[in-house]
Each structure stands twice: as C-alpha cells, then as structure tokens.
Design a protein around this ligand. Structure first.
Ligand code: NAP
Length: 428
C-alpha cells in the first residue's frame, strides 16, 4: 500500500466537522479512488472541550493552527477557520513555508491574498486548492480549470450567495419587506456574523473575483468588482419586475472584452423563465459560457456541512491522486494584472420613477431620456390613489454613462419626485 495522505485540519466548525465525517465514513472509498489512504494526523480549533458531534479522540490536538501546519506528520493543511487574515493566513503561509499543500474553503483570504499565496506555493512546489470557497458543493472551480480549459471564456455569471437569494425569493413569495425577511433570515441563522458580508454582496464578490482569475488568466482583483448589495431592493420593485416578466437576483457577472475586465455583483433583473430566474431559496447557480462549449449551467447547494465538505474532499483527493493543478488554472506568475473596464457593457435597464400627476409629465420624462440618448422599450404607468404616479420604464440597450446622466437629470425636472430606481437587466 502506498503512503497515506496525512491531513491536518484547522477549524472544526460546520465545514471542518463535515470533512472529518467524510474521512471517517468513506475511508475505503477514498482509498479506492485515490490509491492511497487519506488519514487525519491532527486537528486544531479554539476550544478543545467543545463537543463537535464527531469522535476526534484519535487525532492529536494543536491549540495553535500554525503549529499544526508545521507538523512532520501533516502532508496537507486543510484550512477551515475562515477570516481574511489572522490564523487562517498565518497557518496557510506556515504550511507553504514548511513544504505542505493547502486546501481551503476561505474565499475572503484568497480574494485578498490569493495571488501572493499562489506564487509562494508554486515557488515552493506546492499547491493551494479552493473548490469549496466558491458556490459550496458545486464543482465550479474544477469545471473552469479543467472541464472548460479548452475554451476562451466569454462570460461567467452566478447567484453565489444563498442567503441573498433566500431573502429575495422569500420577499416575493410572502410579499414581505426586506427588513422583515432580513430579520427572519437572522433568526434562522442564515446570516454571517457580519451580515454585510452576505447582503452587501461582499461574500459573493469574493467568489466572483476568484472565478474571474481562472476564467481570464488575470490576478485576483476583488477591488475591481462593482459591488452593490440587496439592501435597497424593495418589495415594490420585486413585484413590478415580476409583472414585467422578470425576477430580481444578486447576480455576479464577469466578462473580458477589448475594453477590459468587467466584474459586477449587483441586483439585476433576469427573465423569470431563465434558469437563474427560476432559482429559488438558498440554492446557488453558476453559468459559464465559452466559445466552444456555448453555455453550461451548474446548480446546487452553495453552503452547509455536507456540500462544502464534499468540495473540500474533491481537492484533497486530487492531491492524493497526484493531480496538481495550479491554484488559478495556470502558473500564478503568468497571471496578468487585471485591466479594469472603465464602464459597464451597455444593457437594458428597468427604471421606476414617481411622477407628479400633471399633464405632460410623461412627455417630459421621455424628453429627458431621449436627450440622454436612451430609447424606451416599454413604459407603464400604474394606477394610483395619491399625488404621485409610479411609472415603470424598460429601456433598450443603454450605455452606463447615459443612464447616469438621466438619473441625475430626472430629479431636476418638476415632474419627478424622489430618486428614480434603476436596475440593470442582464441577458442570461
Ligand atoms: N459554512 C458553510 O456553509 C461554508 C460554505 C462555503 C465556505 N465556507 C468557508 O469555510 C470556512 C469555515 O466555515 P465554517 O462555517 O465551518 O466556520 P465555523 O463553523 O465558524 O468554524 C470555524 C472553526 O474555526 C475555528 N477557529 C476560529 N478561530 C480559530 C483560531 N484562532 N485558532 C484555531 N481555530 C480557530 C473555530 O473553533 P471553535 O469551534 O473552537 O470556535 C471553528 O471550529 C470559512 O472560510 C467559510 O467562509 C463555509
């Protein structure tokens, strides 16, 4: 029998416990598939006393994850503590310096330090793999780095934060406000300790930045992701969008064109009958488009003990099998700095305005839009009881600067009250 692959697991929370369970329950299957046993030498977490619902008495305990990473009997550090810096970063760096491979589920750490870490790992002849960091149980990193390696990737799209999708779909199905469903999600334990990571789009933005690097051969550029969370999405917009045949999703889009790399994680309208439009609850979906394959759609659980541990184990088994793919699908030092696109690709937009109920008001709005070079596809004025009439407009493809100009000009008219709401309509 060949030597076992010996793991050191740092972090025994939701994901760490899931990994321990798979190693214990599927020992035979893992050995059969990789040709060598996968064992755990030692583990680390904050509290040694906590009952974790799995038997860890057969493993050595380390209080310090850095000491765990450096152990002689650890070949591979499995980093499942989380956090952009702190112990996760220290243990990962220590493992690489000590000549170990690393598997992590930590998108925050890689979105900020992925380039430097991948370079250090490759210089040391080691690998860092991160399937579990993006869209939980969906094997999207593998799909991009391996399955679609023969394609020029034309677009990456994804609904990659289950909590946001839960909130948006629940608002629609129950007719509840954002604040009400946010509170519900909080009670159910769906939100991160810092909820802005979820609802502010940061967590999903981290994931998009990692996928962009693989798709386009660029250094991870989280700072280049145009981020907008779901906090401003109202039940009114969800309902109006539905009447027009759309759903509102926190959608990530990455695309490389002659104008540069465009990365967005923003609330968008998508057709209700598209695969993304039909995505309900906490499920994730990633859509990958390549010049040869056309489009593939991956759908599955984006979080949770089993799905995330499943993705961690895919990386562990690759390493056990001797499959050593570069962190971002090509040598880290060959990744080029992302050239950020100055403006987003033109798209149709949904506009909602409150209009004073007076003669000629609609004509004034149409004139402002026309002056800004925006043409109207559809316009609908809602019946109303008060002074202001809600007006919905779907534009034809509009350049982002033209939209901006219109959004500034409309409130300056004497017919538009408040600030217009504008949401991009993504062609999916
Ligand atoms: N949960 C998911 O569904 C999911 C999905 C995809 C990716 N991820 C990623 O997976 C990682 C782990 O997430 P999780 O949900 O499993 O987190 P978690 O349940 O909060 O567990 C974190 C673990 O890390 C340990 N830890 C924290 N600080 C430590 C330190 N200074 N030294 C040693 N151990 C420390 C904690 O110890 P104690 O238990 O003793 O407190 C705990 O066992 C994160 O990067 C997360 O973003 C999670």
């Amino acid at each position: 029998m060949t030597d076992p692959l010996r793991l050191g697991i740092a972090g025994l929370g939701t994901v760490g416990v899931g990994v321990v369970k798979i190693v214990q329950q599927h020992a035979d299957l893992l050995t059969a598939r990789s040709g060598r046993p996968v064992t755990i030498s030692a583990v680390s977490a904050r509290s040694r006393e906590k009952d974790r619902g799995v038997d860890i008495s057969g493993y050595d305990w380390e209080d310090d994850p850095v000491a765990l990473a450096k152990r002689e009997d650890v070949d591979l550090l499995v980093e499942l503590m989380g956090g952009e810096d702190g112990p996760a970063k220290a243990a990962t760096e220590a493992a690489i310096a000590a000549g170990k491979d690393v598997v992590t589920a930590n998108k925050a750490m890689l979105a900020h330090h992925g380039q430097a870490m991948a370079e250090a790992a490759e210089d040391a002849g080691r690998v860092i793999r991160f399937e579990a960091a993006v869209a939980g149980g969906i094997p999207v990193v593998k799909a991009l780095t391996e399955g679609l390696a023969g394609n020029r990737i034309t677009r990456v799209m994804g609904v990659m934060n289950g909590t946001c999708n839960y909130i948006l779909t629940r608002m629609q199905s129950a007719g509840l406000s954002y604040d009400e469903v946010f509170e519900e999600a909080n009670q159910l334990g769906f939100l991160e300790a810092d909820p802005n990571l979820d609802v502010g789009g940061i967590d999903a933005g981290h994931k998009l930045a990692l996928l962009s690097a693989i798709a386009y051969g660029t250094q991870v550029d989280f700072g280049g992701v145009a981020l907008e969370g779901i906090g401003q999405v109202t039940i009114e917009d969800i309902n109006q969008a539905a009447e027009l045949g759309f759903r509102i999703k926190l959608l990530g889009v990455a695309r490389l064109s002659g104008r540069g790399l465009e990365q967005r994680m923003t609330p968008c309208l998508v057709p209700a009958n598209s695969p993304i439009g039909q995505l309900e609850g906490g499920t994730n979906m990633v859509v990958l488009e390549g010049d040869s394959v056309d489009q593939i759609v991956l759908r599955g659980p984006g979080a949770g003990e089993g799905p995330t541990a499943s993705a961690v184990m895919a990386d562990v088994l690759d390493i056990a099998r001797g499959i050593r793919v570069s962190t971002f699908g090509q040598p880290a030092r060959s990744l080029v700095a992302a050239n950020r696109a100055a403006v987003a690709t033109a798209a149709p937009y949904y506009l909602r305005l409150a209009l004073r109920d007076k003669p000629g008001a609609l004509a004034k709005v149409a004139a402002v839009l026309s002056d800004c070079g925006i043409s109207i596809d559809r316009m609908r004025q809602r019946s109303h009881g008060g002074e202001d009439a809600p007006v919905l407009i779907v534009t034809h493809k509009t350049a982002a600067p033209s939209l901006q100009e219109a959004l500034e000009a409309l409130p300056r008219t004497d017919v538009v009250t408040g600030h217009p709401v504008a949401l991009r309509i993504e062609d999916v």
